[in-house]
Write a protein that binds this ligand. Structure first.
Ligand code: SF4
Length: 308
């Protein structure tokens, strides 16, 4: 493994590449990355990369966003099959038909789209949000318009609660956050009565309502950092987040909230990227995210929403 890490470091230099890694990647990948972050932080980091090559260790929609914001750069995704159940739950054509139907029925609305979506869906949107900036963007939508929020119904419900704006919710969800077991969470809380529960807003309401804090991954890191005394945290998000929390705030103890059928909850799409595939994509210069016609319009929406 040390050989492989050295090999990647040498290749990175030789190919003049920057490695970006999402917090849901395995710790060994996060460790060798130049930047780690949530979707918002990585999208912003992608605009500051100076090397001609970006290796994006995350899933397909994230690498697409990096390409959109850097048309002249070569963006590599270690495994092109690294998809996302949430992005797949909202096919662009289905969304387009739904928007047409709403307009034909006289509904006046803006489409607010979670970043976990394809470029074609972003191109059909007025705004793109992450869990880090969604509240702020939703407050920008004129009060006399309805909001169509896609694709995550749990995040949408949460945003309805915190902003007080009623929304038309698309019926999508993340396979990882959807399957946390509330029964196991309650059992864990009983065993550790002093523990603090933190949950991602992609979790269903029954998990959020038993949590002390709800926020995206960056917000979780900040929240945990505010506690000076060592504490136990029960963490309801993708289990690799534990690595990032342990690295940034090692004084605390972190316990993943189990899924319905597993002791911790990992994203199978993120897990497709491995150190071997990071090495191979640097050697081969592929798989590459190539420019698609819908990127032009999607880029406009992403820049307006995330970079301004
Ligand atoms: S954790 Fe969920 S939302 Fe994130 S990439 Fe995996 S399936 Fe998609």
């Amino acid at each position: 493994m040390i050989d492989l890490i050295d090999e990647i470091a040498a290749l990175k230099k030789e190919k003049n590449a920057t490695i970006l890694a999402h917090y849901y990647q395995e710790g060994d990948i996060q460790e060798l990355a130049d930047f780690t972050g949530d979707s918002l932080k990585l999208a912003r980091a992608a605009t500051k990369v100076e090397t001609p090559v970006i290796v994006f260790c995350g899933v397909h929609f994230m690498a697409e966003t990096a390409k959109m914001l850097n048309p002249a750069k070569k963006v590599l995704l270690p495994d092109l099959q690294a998809g996302c159940s949430l992005a797949e739950s909202c096919p662009a054509e289905k969304l387009r038909r739904f928007q047409v139907m709403l307009r034909e029925n006289g509904r006046r609305f803006q489409t607010v789209t979670y970043i976990n979506s394809t470029a074609a869906v972003k191109a059909l949107s007025d705004w793109v949000v992450t869990s880090g900036n969604a509240e702020e963007i939703i407050r920008r939508v004129p009060a006399d318009l309805e909001i169509l929020f896609v694709p995550d119904r749990h995040l949408g419900q949460y945003l309805q609660e915190v902003t007080g704006r009623k929304m038309i919710l698309w019926n999508g969800s993340c396979m990882v956050h959807e399957i946390f077991s509330v029964g196991d969470l309650l059992a864990q809380k009983k065993k550790m009565p002093g523990a603090i529960t933190i949950a991602h807003p992609e979790c269903p309401a029954n998990i959020r309502e038993h949590s002390d804090f709800v926020g995206g991954t960056e917000a979780m890191i900040r929240f945990v950092g505010e506690h000076q005394e060592p504490r136990d945290f029960l963490v309801a998000t993708e289990a690799n987040m534990m690595w990032q929390l342990e690295s940034k705030h090692p004084r605390h103890r972190y316990h993943p909230v189990p899924g319905i059928s597993c002791a911790c909850n990992k994203c199978p799409h993120m897990a497709r990227n491995t150190l071997e595939k990071v090495r191979d994509c640097l050697v081969l210069g592929k798989p590459e995210i190539t420019w698609q016609p819908e990127f032009d319009r999607a880029r406009e929406v992403v820049e307006r929403s995330l970079l301004k």
